[in-house]
Design a protein around this ligand. Structure first.
Ligand SMILES: Cc1cc2nc3c(=O)[nH]c(=O)nc-3n(C[C@H](O)[C@H](O)[C@H](O)COP(=O)(O)OP(=O)(O)OC[C@H]3O[C@@H](n4cnc5c(N)ncnc54)[C@H](O)[C@@H]3O)c2cc1C
Length: 386
């Protein structure tokens, strides 16, 4: 086992953890990372990004946060520094090949009689799932990489591959639009939030300056907050969520109300209590933002996010305008809301549309395999978002 070579793709938190674990088991891991440093998502985000989980819940079990970080919701820079110091502390950097993008992976074998796809399935996937023997096959995985600094290509051979490519980056989820009603029909600019987040802070500020901006999708809350726009910003959303003002509204974590044995009997009551608290605090009824589902459902599916500070103050003062719509399309001057109560026939005039519509993590996984068989193993809905 000791000589087995493990290829890990990605040096975000998942890849770093996989690398540390493989080392602890005596394997020889090599991490392929397309970027020039560790940290994945946390290397660069929009300026106002903070951790959404409370800090104690987002901690390496063997590497606590430094005492200098006292915030419940550390900033992007603090999270990034924390992940980076974890990699340094466990001496993982020397196992990482930076600026090395994995283009594809393929199982390499020497067997006669079976098709390539059948062999791939038989030799690796099936055995891994069937009897738990990851190294039963005689073949190796070929990892095709591109050195992004000098555009050269290489092939590495490893015994096992761990995919840690992340779900919320690289492949944007772009909604489908009716014929001739997509971004091309619009005379303004359309970008995905991924490209906006990649800009340096000054360029990002200049980009929205003086424009009428519309943000569509689930990440809108955070984007809009950093702007001081001359014109109100429209936010398009599909559904209401129980986004919480704070995880410790009464001095202890909200989730404590749900995830202890005593509370099992009382969850419904707690749910109503929290709903009423959030509703009152954010004046949700006034803005038509009361969710149809319960807070209990929200927290059970781990979806509640923290509402950025002062978000609803901006709604109150009119600098953020909320518009509910199941779908929208483009026309020359702006966008048309296609469904629901807010459906429009006259366009909402706008200069810039930012699609905060999430990512296609499923597609990213599928596309890394050369073999169609493996691609087909990857489940995922076409509407998967971040
Ligand atoms: C704004 C934001 C806020 C978030 N807040 C929270 C939170 O509060 N709590 C929480 O639990 N989670 C949060 N998340 C989720 C976040 O995804 C995780 O915290 C964590 O960063 C995921 O780590 P990862 O290693 O799985 O993926 P990533 O951080 O995405 O890392 C993947 C790495 O793989 C590399 N890679 C991808 N494809 C290739 C390839 N083909 N070749 C080589 N390298 C490749 C990428 O360059 C990247 O470095 C947040 C995400 C975002 C975007």
């Amino acid at each position: 086992m000791e000589n087995k070579k493990i290829g890990i793709i990605g040096a975000g938190t998942s890849g770093l953890l996989a690398c540390k674990y493989m080392l602890s088991k005596g394997f020889d891991p090599v991490v392929f990372e397309a970027r020039s440093g560790v940290g994945g998502q946390w290397i660069k985000t929009v300026e106002t990004t903070k951790l959404q989980s409370p800090r104690p819940w987002y901690q390496f079990s063997d590497f606590p946060w430094p005492s200098s970080v006292t915030e419940d919701f550390p900033t992007q820079h603090q999270v990034f520094d924390y992940i980076q110091s974890n990699a340094q502390h466990f001496d993982l950097i020397k196992h990482i090949r930076f600026n090395t993008k994995v283009i594809s992976i393929e199982y390499d074998h020497h067997h006669q009689g079976l098709s390539d796809d059948e062999l791939e399935m038989f030799r690796s996937w099936k055995l891994w799932n069937g009897d738990g023997q990851p190294f039963q096959g005689e073949g190796k995985w070929k990892v095709f990489v591109e050195d992004t600094l000098n555009n050269s290509n290489e092939v590495h051979k490893v015994d096992f591959v761990i995919l840690c490519v992340g779900r919320f980056s690289d492949v944007p989820n772009i909604p489908k639009f009716p014929l001739k009603k997509g971004p091309k029909a619009f005379h303004g600019k359309v970008i995905h939030s991924m490209d906006y987040a990649a800009m340096d802070y000054q360029s990002a500020a200049n980009f929205v300056k003086g424009k009428r901006v519309t943000v569509a999708g689930s990440e809108s809350l955070h984007l809009t907050l950093q702007w001081r726009l001359e014109n109100p910003c429209r936010v398009l959303y599909q559904s209401e969520y129980w986004n919480v003002p704070d995880y410790h509204p009464w001095g202890f974590p909200l989730a404590f109300l749900y995830f202890n044995r005593f509370s099992e009997l009382l969850r419904w009551g707690f749910s109503k209590f929290v709903e009423s608290y959030i509703n009152k605090k954010h004046r949700l009824a006034k803005y038509g933002m009361v969710p149809k589902h319960s807070f209990l459902q929200e927290i059970s599916s781990c979806t509640p996010a923290i509402v950025p500070e002062k978000f609803y103050d901006k709604v109150e003062e009119g600098s953020i305008i909320l518009k509910k719509s199941q779908s929208f399309s483009f026309c020359k001057e702006g966008i048309l809301l296609d469904g629901g109560e807010e459906a429009t026939t006259t366009p909402l005039k706008t200069d810039l549309v930012i699609l905060a519509t999430g990512f296609r993590g499923d597609k990213k996984l599928k596309d890394i395999f050369v073999s169609q068989t493996f691609q087909d193993f990857m489940a995922g809905s076409p509407s998967e978002t971040g």
